[in-house]
Write a protein that binds this ligand. Structure first.
Ligand SMILES: [Zn+2]
Length: 350
């Protein structure tokens, strides 16, 4: 580096210039920063300049925890744009179109949609529906009439609005996000008597028991269901718990299942899943009866959807739901597996 270049860099550093295209390290602390870092200015003689964060890392310096010089600027700029779009939606009374949002973020609609979903776990449309449902709930909590609350929450048409509310009610954007950027999952895969399994656990408890015939497909199912979770292999204690769950899956009548569960779903879905857990092995139930049991006799389709959204095979026994005629209906993990599960439970009851 030329002497005058280092003088130029020192001058930019003293100004804390956000435009500066280099990094600096402080030999007395062993840390490197962006020139715009808000931490205390170093002494000139202790400063070393680097063209890139990689160079500073290679020289043995650690990245500063305030200015994160190791994070790419492009990524931060993108995050700032998405955060700004979220704020825009929160401030706006009327729904914003994808084109409007993308334009404000100076991105193409396609790119905006993709990045938004990647960062929040939701599409911009779903995000806005959730926001409106939240506004609606707040308005209702204030004792206003539903019609007025709907109007104030930005709804204009009756039927469609109610359907949207029903879909989003009972959930905040932050809960959606639990599906979820901050979620860390430990998972294990293997085979049991029911075929291939994938079991995942969060800090709260078991959140997925998926069954199938291909490990790759199961892994894909996990990443789709928990699209933003950080997936990690578990430790030895986790392995022990997995062994226990697999023993239970192979023979639920002989082993007790006592691990905590982490149910990821809306209030409605959790109600359905709890009702399912109350059905004893060897018995089956129709969607109609299940809907009646949770006090929503007309919500048959929603009940069926909640069963299909179950991520805890066998634990939440959605396989015990059959058609009113007694015929086997669909099963997330294949009707053949459902038939085997029901046969096994019927045999154990005899
Ligand atoms: Zn710093």
């Amino acid at each position: 580096m030329k002497k005058d270049d280092s003088e130029r860099r020192w001058a930019l550093l003293c100004q804390r210039s956000p435009e500066a295209d280099f990094f600096f390290a402080v030999i007395t602390t062993g840390i490197f920063c962006r020139p715009s870092c808000p931490s205390r200015a170093p002494r000139r003689e202790n400063v070393r300049f680097y063209d890139s964060a990689a160079d500073a890392l290679l020289a043995g310096f650690r990245p500063c925890k305030r200015c994160h010089p190791d994070r790419s600027g492009a990524r931060e700029a993108l995050e700032a744009r998405i955060a700004k779009a979220c704020a825009l939606m929160e401030e706006s009374e009327a729904p914003l179109t994808l084109h409007m949002l993308a334009e404000r973020a100076a991105m193409s609609p396609w790119h905006f949609h993709r990045q938004f979903k990647l960062m929040t776990g939701l599409t911009p449309g779903a995000w806005q529906r959730a926001l409106r449902a939240e506004r609606l709930r707040k308005a209702q909590a204030g004792g206003e009439t539903v019609t007025r609350a709907l109007h104030e929450a930005g709804y204009t048409s009756g039927g469609r609005a109610y359907r949207q509310v029903k879909r989003a009610l009972g959930m905040k954007p932050s809960q959606y996000r639990r599906g979820g950027e901050l979620l860390t999952l430990y998972f294990a895969q293997g085979t049991c008597q029911l075929g291939d399994y994938l079991i995942a656990e969060s800090a709260r408890g078991v959140c997925a028991v998926l069954l199938g015939d291909s490990p790759e497909a199961l892994f894909q199912e996990l990443t789709q269901t928990f699209s933003h979770a950080r997936l990690l292999p578990g430790d030895a204690a986790f392995g022990q718990r997995i062994c226990g769950i697999v023993r239970w899956l192979d023979n639920p009548a002989e082993h007790a299942f006592s691990l905590p569960l982490d149910l990821h779903g809306t209030v409605f879905q959790r109600e359905v899943w709890q009702a399912l857990q109350a059905i004893p092995a060897g018995e089956t139930i129709s969607y109609q009866t299940l809907a009646q049991r949770i006090g929503k006799p007309r919500a048959i389709r929603a009940v069926a959807n909640a069963c299909a959204a179950n991520t805890l095979a066998v634990i939440v026994p959605c396989h015990r739901v059959v058609r009113q005629s007694g015929a086997l209906s669909g099963y997330r993990w294949g009707s053949e597996r459902k038939r085997r599960l029901l046969q096994r439970e019927a045999a154990q009851e005899e």
